[in-house]
Design a protein around this ligand. Structure first.
Ligand code: PCA
Length: 235
């Protein structure tokens, strides 16, 4: 097993919601990883090499506050201390029907609702002297194709919005650019969970199992792996 590391971040609930699907996706991925580690240890104990390809990278996870003021410092600190080989940040995009890797982050905050710290910036640059925008360095087209091939709705999004998710994506790519670290990094939005739309049947949603599978596919592709079917995939 090598020790390449993928940082995946989720966000806390916001905007009156009691859950953020990204936190649940992260929990599922962590459970799957420890289940695979366990079965791999057992297999290695019996001399089998089963499932080793599933352990080709380590997950580092973090849940971030939905707060413009804290996100920048927290992601920069994580990138500095963890030194990951790739970064996928996750966020909820209520109202979208598909898993949507973002193409671009822009140097602007313009909030329609206050963040969890009560802050509501308007037409404010994220970094005064920063570039206007950064493109995702994730293989977004390949990710969309592979998720779609697995029968899950996915499409490239050309706007991460101007709220905290765009802020996180911008600061992630800005830090990596400043540090001259060219690793794959970017952002993926996921839809609401069914329980979040129970009283709003017209609003699209997606099952947690599908979201988790989609993000696992995105993670594997980002880490340069061929997709391998594992028992966790069928859960
Ligand atoms: N979605 C918000 C912020 C946190 C989240 O999960 C956004 O799209 O900006």
């Amino acid at each position: 097993m090598n020790n390449r590391r993928l940082l995946i971040t989720a966000f806390e609930p916001f905007g009156g919601e009691t859950v953020n699907p990204t936190m649940l996706v992260l929990n599922e991925l962590k459970e799957q990883q420890s289940a695979r580690k366990h079965s791999s240890c057992k297999a290695q104990g019996t001399g089998s090499a089963a499932e080793t390809s599933d352990l080709a990278y380590e997950l580092i996870t973090a849940v971030l506050p939905v707060a413009f003021k804290w996100v920048s410092a927290q992601i920069r600190e994580l990138l500095r201390t963890e030194q990951p080989d790739a970064v996928i940040c996750l966020g909820q995009a209520g109202g979208r029907a598909a898993v949507t890797p973002e193409r671009i982050a822009v140097n602007l905050a313009d909030a329609r609702i206050a963040d969890n710290a009560g802050f509501m910036p308007e037409d404010t640059p994220l970094r005064e002297e920063g570039p206007a925008a950064y493109f995702s360095t994730l293989p977004i087209k390949q990710i969309v194709q592979a998720i779609s091939d697995a029968g899950i709705r996915a499409s490239v999004s050309n706007s991460a919005g101007l709220y905290v998710c765009n802020c996180l994506m911008y600061h992630t790519l800005d830090f990596l650019a400043q540090e001259r670290r060219s690793i794959p990094a970017g952002f993926i939005h996921v839809p609401y969970l069914p329980e979040q739309t129970a009283n709003r049947p017209e609003v699209p949603c997606m099952e947690l199992t599908d979201m988790t599978k989609a993000i696992r596919i995105a993670a594997d592709i980002t880490m340069g792996l061929e997709r391998v079917q594992s028992p966790a995939d069928t859960r």
